[in-house]
Design a binder for this molecule. Structure first.
Ligand code: ZN
Length: 458
């Protein structure tokens, strides 16, 4: 390890200067005015990969912003890891809240401030420089690496699933390593092994052909808004349990050992209550907050509307009422099956006098879960332990990362989320920054990780 550390120390100033160059490119994928900058950032990544010693470097077109691909495949018989990150960034507004301009990187109090410093250019950069370090020090990598760095993550990775489908062969690997997440807290390195999935639908409850006068018809026909709220109220019990028949049938229980580890994490319900400004937390009975967030499915109403909402009174029986519903899914729930069950529940419990229309929304995703004892997880654990001198924690995330599901589903890969950001680093907000302790720690971790992964039995 120390030879890598010596190299990293000797080249730290240059590395940091290069990262600042990368951060100066305003590669905001959402804004068409920045299209040339996004292209420039892709080029920058490709050049940096080439300089580090990666091969077959290509900027590949998608239907949108390009993907940068590179590999190093001279370790026959050794595992192959697919490294994912993104070079695009979020818009910067409100710009006046930035202490220093978002695309003029500035180091203050050991933190590097710039849009993309942590999400995700800084983390992509660590991977490129870890390769440079291993190649300069050893002359070879201990395993095979492929890189896929995209430019549309901040706008939903729209073209990535099709790209991955089309380039299956080029992306063949034993494990996907994604560095676009955070530690559990400062000084508490984390490996994320699970993500929840998603299923979504929109419903419309219909009554009469048009809106009706409540004086002429009120009492004689069903009110679609009443029918809708009755229907929605039945979806969840006061104990927080979802009442859709079969909703929990496939839910995999959390291993006792994992529950114990989560219970030991530095999480504080009272602090969360204060942070969110809610009078109390609420969730499914019988589970802790982290269990509810990471390992239990949910059904949420995201929008409910209909009828008259303007000023004053309008005595109307609305013709329609609407709701948007999404479910966060856990292993082994299937998005389509959950929507089947939800639709069946809604049709069975539909109050009389109205009809129901159900529209399934695209973008469903399965949950992703990599077992703790997977060699790629164990190697990451060991690498973080060596680099930080503390025991890392294994966590899950309540959200979904579409690319992780794509890698798991399309490529059949176990996914390890090994991120070096911190939750307080203002991702997507003004004054985004990256703690330089994790710039150094991240490089040390990756230089330890690849040799450990190469030795592990993958
Ligand atoms: Zn990101």
């Amino acid at each position: 390890m120390s030879r890598y550390e010596t190299y990293l120390r000797e080249h730290r100033d240059r590395h940091l200067a290069e990262l600042k160059d990368f951060l100066r490119i305003p590669s905001v994928s959402a804004l068409s005015a920045h299209r040339p900058d996004v292209e420039r950032a892709a080029r920058w990544v490709a050049d940096a990969m080439q300089a580090a010693g990666l091969e077959h470097v290509e900027v590949l077109p998608t239907g949108g912003h390009p993907v940068v691909y590179a590999d190093w495949l001279h370790a026959p018989g050794r595992p192959t890891a697919l490294v994912y990150g993104h070079y695009d960034v979020q818009p910067v507004d409100p710009e006046h809240l930035w202490v220093t301009p978002p695309f003029e990187p500035d180091v203050r109090d050991g933190k590097l401030y710039a849009r993309g410093a942590s999400d995700d250019k800084g983390q992509v950069f660590l991977h490129i420089k870890a390769v440079e370090t291993l190649l300069r020090v050893d002359g070879a990598l201990p395993l095979n690496l492929r890189f896929l760095v995209e430019g549309e993550e901040e706008i939903g990775s729209r073209h990535l699933p099709a790209f991955v489908e089309a380039h299956r062969d080029r992306l063949r690997a034993d494990v996907a390593v994604i560095s676009d997440t955070t530690f559990f807290a400062r000084g508490v390195p984390a490996i994320t092994t699970g993500l929840r999935g998603l299923a979504a639908l929109e419903i419309t409850v219909r009554g009469a052909r048009g809106d009706l006068h409540s004086g002429l018809y009120g009492g004689a026909v069903q009110n679609p808004l009443h029918a809708l709220v009755e229907l929605l109220a039945g979806l969840r019990g006061p104990d927080g349990r979802i009442r859709v028949e079969g909703f929990y049938d496939r839910v995999r229980p959390v291993p006792e050992e994992e529950r114990r580890q989560w219970a030991a994490l530095p999480h504080d319900d009272a602090r969360l209550v204060a942070e969110l400004g809610v009078p109390a937390l609420f969730g499914e009975a019988g589970y802790t907050t982290l269990e509810r967030l990471w390992a239990r499915p949910t059904l949420e109403l995201n929008g409910v509307w209909g009828g008259f909402t303007g000023e004053g009174t309008k005595t109307v029986l609305p013709a329609e009422a609407h709701a948007k519903i999404t479910c966060r899914l856990v292993p082994d729930q299937e998005p389509e099956e959950i929507l089947d069950r939800l639709e069946a529940h809604l049709r069975t419990h539909l109050p009389p006098g109205v009809t129901l229309e159900v529209r399934r929304e695209p973008g469903g995703a399965r949950a992703v879960l990599t077992p703790h004892d997977h060699p790629a997880v164990q190697a990451a654990r060991q690498a973080l332990r060596e680099a930080y001198g503390v025991e890392p924690v294994l966590v899950r995330m309540g959200g979904s990362i579409p690319v992780a599901e794509t890698f798991a589903t399309v490529l059949g890969l176990p996914v390890v989320l090994l991120g070096f950001g911190l939750p307080e680093e203002n991702f997507h907000a003004p004054n985004e920054h990256f703690h330089l302790e994790n710039f150094d720690g991240g490089l040390r971790t990756l230089c330890a990780y690849w040799p450990l992964l190469a030795r592990g039995a993958l």
